[in-house]
Design a binder for this molecule. Structure first.
Ligand code: OAD
Length: 249
Protein backbone atom coordinates (compact mmCIF):
# COMPACT_ATOMS: atom_id res chain seq x y z
CA UNK A 1 0.00 0.00 0.00
CA UNK A 2 1.38 3.44 -0.92
CA UNK A 3 0.97 6.50 1.25
CA UNK A 4 -1.38 9.21 -0.06
CA UNK A 5 -0.22 12.79 -0.26
CA UNK A 6 -2.62 14.61 2.02
CA UNK A 7 -3.39 18.29 2.47
CA UNK A 8 -3.07 20.11 5.78
CA UNK A 9 -6.66 19.14 6.69
CA UNK A 10 -5.92 15.48 6.06
CA UNK A 11 -8.02 15.39 2.85
CA UNK A 12 -6.53 13.69 -0.18
CA UNK A 13 -4.97 16.26 -2.52
CA UNK A 14 -6.14 16.58 -6.13
CA UNK A 15 -3.51 16.21 -8.88
CA UNK A 16 -3.15 19.95 -9.54
CA UNK A 17 -2.55 20.81 -5.90
CA UNK A 18 -0.23 17.86 -5.59
CA UNK A 19 1.85 19.02 -8.55
CA UNK A 20 1.80 22.62 -7.35
CA UNK A 21 2.92 21.58 -3.86
CA UNK A 22 5.74 19.47 -5.25
CA UNK A 23 7.06 22.29 -7.46
CA UNK A 24 6.83 25.02 -4.83
CA UNK A 25 8.18 22.88 -1.98
CA UNK A 26 11.39 22.24 -3.93
CA UNK A 27 12.32 25.93 -4.20
CA UNK A 28 14.73 27.66 -1.82
CA UNK A 29 14.84 31.06 -3.54
CA UNK A 30 11.36 31.54 -5.02
CA UNK A 31 10.35 34.83 -6.57
CA UNK A 32 6.61 35.37 -6.09
CA UNK A 33 5.02 38.03 -8.28
CA UNK A 34 1.47 39.17 -7.65
CA UNK A 35 -1.05 41.46 -9.29
CA UNK A 36 -4.57 42.66 -8.70
CA UNK A 37 -6.04 39.15 -9.09
CA UNK A 38 -4.54 38.01 -5.78
CA UNK A 39 -6.73 40.57 -4.01
CA UNK A 40 -9.86 39.97 -6.11
CA UNK A 41 -11.27 37.50 -3.58
CA UNK A 42 -10.74 40.13 -0.87
CA UNK A 43 -13.18 42.38 -2.77
CA UNK A 44 -10.59 44.69 -4.37
CA UNK A 45 -11.42 45.45 -8.01
CA UNK A 46 -8.84 44.44 -10.64
CA UNK A 47 -7.74 46.91 -13.31
CA UNK A 48 -8.58 45.09 -16.51
CA UNK A 49 -11.46 42.83 -15.46
CA UNK A 50 -15.18 43.54 -15.84
CA UNK A 51 -15.11 45.64 -12.68
CA UNK A 52 -11.96 47.48 -13.78
CA UNK A 53 -13.62 50.60 -15.12
CA UNK A 54 -14.38 53.52 -12.85
CA UNK A 55 -17.04 55.89 -14.19
CA UNK A 56 -16.05 54.67 -17.67
CA UNK A 57 -12.37 55.63 -17.14
CA UNK A 58 -9.64 53.06 -17.69
CA UNK A 59 -6.71 52.83 -15.26
CA UNK A 60 -4.24 53.72 -18.02
CA UNK A 61 -5.93 57.07 -18.57
CA UNK A 62 -6.17 58.03 -14.89
CA UNK A 63 -2.91 56.66 -13.48
CA UNK A 64 -0.70 59.14 -15.30
CA UNK A 65 1.08 62.39 -14.41
CA UNK A 66 -0.73 64.01 -17.34
CA UNK A 67 -4.19 63.08 -15.99
CA UNK A 68 -3.21 64.43 -12.56
CA UNK A 69 -1.90 67.70 -14.01
CA UNK A 70 -5.08 68.14 -16.06
CA UNK A 71 -7.55 67.27 -13.29
CA UNK A 72 -6.15 66.41 -9.85
CA UNK A 73 -9.65 66.34 -8.37
CA UNK A 74 -10.79 63.61 -10.78
CA UNK A 75 -7.68 61.48 -10.17
CA UNK A 76 -8.06 61.90 -6.42
CA UNK A 77 -11.73 60.89 -6.62
CA UNK A 78 -10.63 57.65 -8.29
CA UNK A 79 -7.98 56.99 -5.63
CA UNK A 80 -10.44 57.89 -2.89
CA UNK A 81 -12.84 55.30 -4.37
CA UNK A 82 -10.06 52.70 -4.50
CA UNK A 83 -9.08 53.50 -0.91
CA UNK A 84 -12.69 53.13 0.21
CA UNK A 85 -12.86 49.69 -1.47
CA UNK A 86 -9.56 48.55 0.04
CA UNK A 87 -10.02 49.93 3.60
CA UNK A 88 -12.41 47.17 4.77
CA UNK A 89 -10.65 44.44 2.71
CA UNK A 90 -8.85 41.65 4.51
CA UNK A 91 -6.19 39.24 3.24
CA UNK A 92 -7.59 36.09 1.67
CA UNK A 93 -6.15 32.55 1.68
CA UNK A 94 -3.88 33.40 -1.28
CA UNK A 95 -2.17 36.19 0.69
CA UNK A 96 -1.92 33.87 3.69
CA UNK A 97 -0.45 30.97 1.71
CA UNK A 98 2.21 33.28 0.20
CA UNK A 99 3.08 34.69 3.64
CA UNK A 100 3.48 31.22 5.15
CA UNK A 101 5.41 29.98 2.15
CA UNK A 102 7.93 32.82 2.27
CA UNK A 103 8.21 32.64 6.06
CA UNK A 104 9.81 29.24 5.50
CA UNK A 105 12.08 30.55 2.72
CA UNK A 106 14.19 33.47 3.94
CA UNK A 107 15.89 33.73 0.53
CA UNK A 108 12.59 34.09 -1.31
CA UNK A 109 10.95 37.40 -2.21
CA UNK A 110 7.51 38.76 -2.98
CA UNK A 111 7.19 41.48 -5.60
CA UNK A 112 3.71 42.89 -5.81
CA UNK A 113 2.25 45.38 -8.23
CA UNK A 114 -0.58 45.91 -5.78
CA UNK A 115 -0.90 49.13 -3.84
CA UNK A 116 -3.51 47.77 -1.41
CA UNK A 117 -1.15 46.72 1.40
CA UNK A 118 -2.86 43.33 1.84
CA UNK A 119 0.36 41.30 1.70
CA UNK A 120 1.71 43.31 4.65
CA UNK A 121 -1.60 42.95 6.45
CA UNK A 122 -1.33 39.18 6.07
CA UNK A 123 1.93 39.33 8.03
CA UNK A 124 4.55 39.42 5.28
CA UNK A 125 7.25 41.65 6.78
CA UNK A 126 9.08 43.06 3.78
CA UNK A 127 7.26 42.77 0.45
CA UNK A 128 8.53 44.76 -2.52
CA UNK A 129 5.58 47.04 -3.26
CA UNK A 130 6.94 48.05 -6.60
CA UNK A 131 4.06 50.35 -7.57
CA UNK A 132 3.95 52.07 -4.17
CA UNK A 133 1.08 52.23 -1.71
CA UNK A 134 -2.46 53.61 -1.71
CA UNK A 135 -1.90 54.67 1.89
CA UNK A 136 1.05 56.96 1.17
CA UNK A 137 0.73 60.55 0.00
CA UNK A 138 3.48 62.80 -1.33
CA UNK A 139 3.56 66.60 -1.53
CA UNK A 140 3.99 67.89 -5.08
CA UNK A 141 5.62 71.06 -3.68
CA UNK A 142 7.92 70.12 -0.76
CA UNK A 143 8.20 66.38 -1.53
CA UNK A 144 7.26 65.29 2.03
CA UNK A 145 5.88 61.77 2.14
CA UNK A 146 3.47 60.53 4.80
CA UNK A 147 1.09 57.74 5.61
CA UNK A 148 -2.53 58.88 5.32
CA UNK A 149 -5.38 56.45 6.04
CA UNK A 150 -8.30 58.86 5.96
CA UNK A 151 -11.31 57.55 4.07
CA UNK A 152 -12.80 59.61 2.55
CA UNK A 153 -10.14 62.23 1.93
CA UNK A 154 -10.80 65.94 1.53
CA UNK A 155 -10.35 66.36 -2.22
CA UNK A 156 -7.85 67.46 -3.28
CA UNK A 157 -5.82 66.78 -0.11
CA UNK A 158 -3.22 69.33 1.01
CA UNK A 159 0.19 68.92 2.65
CA UNK A 160 0.09 69.44 6.43
CA UNK A 161 3.52 71.11 6.26
CA UNK A 162 3.41 73.54 3.32
CA UNK A 163 -0.18 73.43 2.07
CA UNK A 164 0.92 72.13 -1.34
CA UNK A 165 -1.15 69.70 -3.39
CA UNK A 166 -0.67 66.07 -2.35
CA UNK A 167 -0.47 63.21 -4.83
CA UNK A 168 -0.91 59.49 -4.25
CA UNK A 169 2.33 57.71 -3.30
CA UNK A 170 2.05 55.32 -6.22
CA UNK A 171 3.89 54.87 -9.49
CA UNK A 172 2.03 56.11 -12.52
CA UNK A 173 2.40 55.08 -16.15
CA UNK A 174 5.37 56.91 -17.61
CA UNK A 175 7.11 57.25 -14.24
CA UNK A 176 10.21 55.29 -13.21
CA UNK A 177 9.85 52.59 -10.58
CA UNK A 178 11.59 53.25 -7.25
CA UNK A 179 15.22 52.27 -7.89
CA UNK A 180 15.75 50.30 -4.67
CA UNK A 181 12.58 48.25 -5.16
CA UNK A 182 13.45 47.48 -8.77
CA UNK A 183 16.97 46.47 -7.79
CA UNK A 184 15.64 44.02 -5.18
CA UNK A 185 13.23 42.54 -7.73
CA UNK A 186 15.83 42.16 -10.47
CA UNK A 187 18.38 40.62 -8.09
CA UNK A 188 15.81 38.14 -6.77
CA UNK A 189 14.81 37.19 -10.32
CA UNK A 190 18.43 36.57 -11.31
CA UNK A 191 18.94 34.02 -8.52
CA UNK A 192 15.43 32.56 -8.32
CA UNK A 193 14.97 28.80 -8.55
CA UNK A 194 11.19 29.18 -9.05
CA UNK A 195 8.98 32.00 -10.26
CA UNK A 196 5.39 31.91 -9.05
CA UNK A 197 3.11 34.45 -10.72
CA UNK A 198 -0.30 34.99 -9.18
CA UNK A 199 -3.16 37.13 -10.45
CA UNK A 200 -1.53 39.45 -12.92
CA UNK A 201 -2.40 40.05 -16.56
CA UNK A 202 1.37 40.43 -17.09
CA UNK A 203 1.07 43.30 -19.51
CA UNK A 204 2.69 46.07 -17.46
CA UNK A 205 6.47 46.31 -17.60
CA UNK A 206 9.01 46.08 -16.11
CA UNK A 207 7.31 43.61 -13.72
CA UNK A 208 6.01 41.49 -16.60
CA UNK A 209 9.64 41.10 -17.72
CA UNK A 210 10.96 39.75 -14.39
CA UNK A 211 10.25 36.05 -15.12
CA UNK A 212 12.44 36.28 -18.23
CA UNK A 213 15.38 37.28 -16.02
CA UNK A 214 15.06 34.04 -14.06
CA UNK A 215 16.48 32.01 -16.90
CA UNK A 216 16.39 28.40 -15.73
CA UNK A 217 13.78 28.71 -13.02
CA UNK A 218 10.47 26.97 -13.67
CA UNK A 219 7.52 29.31 -13.99
CA UNK A 220 4.24 28.50 -12.24
CA UNK A 221 1.19 30.65 -12.81
CA UNK A 222 -2.12 30.90 -10.98
CA UNK A 223 -4.73 32.78 -12.97
CA UNK A 224 -8.21 31.81 -14.20
CA UNK A 225 -7.26 33.31 -17.59
CA UNK A 226 -4.25 32.74 -19.82
CA UNK A 227 -1.68 35.55 -19.95
CA UNK A 228 1.35 36.36 -22.13
CA UNK A 229 3.42 34.38 -19.59
CA UNK A 230 1.33 31.22 -19.91
CA UNK A 231 3.11 29.71 -22.93
CA UNK A 232 6.40 29.75 -21.00
CA UNK A 233 4.91 28.30 -17.81
CA UNK A 234 5.88 24.83 -16.64
CA UNK A 235 2.52 24.69 -14.87
CA UNK A 236 -0.43 27.05 -15.30
CA UNK A 237 -3.15 26.63 -12.70
CA UNK A 238 -6.44 27.89 -14.12
CA UNK A 239 -8.17 28.78 -10.88
CA UNK A 240 -8.91 31.62 -8.51
CA UNK A 241 -5.90 32.03 -6.27
CA UNK A 242 -7.70 32.03 -2.91
CA UNK A 243 -9.85 29.05 -3.83
CA UNK A 244 -6.87 27.07 -5.06
CA UNK A 245 -4.45 27.96 -2.27
CA UNK A 246 -6.96 27.91 0.60
CA UNK A 247 -6.85 24.14 1.12
CA UNK A 248 -3.03 24.27 1.06
CA UNK A 249 -2.78 26.90 3.80
P1 OAD B 1 -4.99 43.37 -14.06
O1 OAD B 1 -6.34 43.88 -13.69
O2 OAD B 1 -4.41 43.81 -15.35
O3 OAD B 1 -5.01 41.78 -14.10
C1 OAD B 1 -5.60 41.03 -13.08
C2 OAD B 1 -5.38 39.56 -13.40
O4 OAD B 1 -5.86 38.79 -12.32
C3 OAD B 1 -6.09 39.07 -14.67
O5 OAD B 1 -5.18 38.34 -15.46
C4 OAD B 1 -7.20 38.15 -14.13
O6 OAD B 1 -7.47 37.04 -14.99
C5 OAD B 1 -6.57 37.68 -12.84
N1 OAD B 1 -7.52 37.30 -11.78
C6 OAD B 1 -8.79 37.75 -11.55
N2 OAD B 1 -9.31 37.18 -10.46
C7 OAD B 1 -8.36 36.32 -9.98
C8 OAD B 1 -8.30 35.45 -8.86
N3 OAD B 1 -9.32 35.33 -7.99
N4 OAD B 1 -7.16 34.72 -8.68
C9 OAD B 1 -6.12 34.84 -9.53
N5 OAD B 1 -6.12 35.66 -10.60
C10 OAD B 1 -7.23 36.40 -10.82
O7 OAD B 1 -4.03 43.70 -12.83
P2 OAD B 1 -2.44 43.74 -12.79
O8 OAD B 1 -1.85 42.70 -13.66
O9 OAD B 1 -2.07 43.75 -11.37
O10 OAD B 1 -0.33 49.70 -12.42
O11 OAD B 1 -2.14 45.15 -13.42
C11 OAD B 1 -0.82 45.60 -13.47
C12 OAD B 1 -0.75 47.08 -13.26
O12 OAD B 1 -1.60 47.74 -14.18
C13 OAD B 1 -1.25 47.57 -11.92
O13 OAD B 1 -0.29 47.46 -10.90
C14 OAD B 1 -1.56 48.99 -12.21
C15 OAD B 1 -2.34 48.75 -13.46
O14 OAD B 1 -2.62 49.82 -14.21
C16 OAD B 1 -0.25 51.02 -12.22
O15 OAD B 1 -1.18 51.66 -11.79
C17 OAD B 1 1.08 51.61 -12.53
Amino acid sequence: MTADRRGPGGAKMDPDRKRFSRLTAAALRPLVITGAGVSAESGVPTFRGDDGLWRSHRAETLATPRAFAADPGLVWQWYDWRRSRVAPARPNPAHRWITNYLAERPHGLLVTQNVDGLHRLSGLPDPVEIHGSLWTVRCTVCGAEAEDRRVPLPIPPRCAGCGGLLRPGVVWFGEPLPAAALERAVTAAAVADLVLVVGTSAVVYPVAGLPALARDAPLVEINPEPTPLSPGAMFAVRARAGEFLGPLC
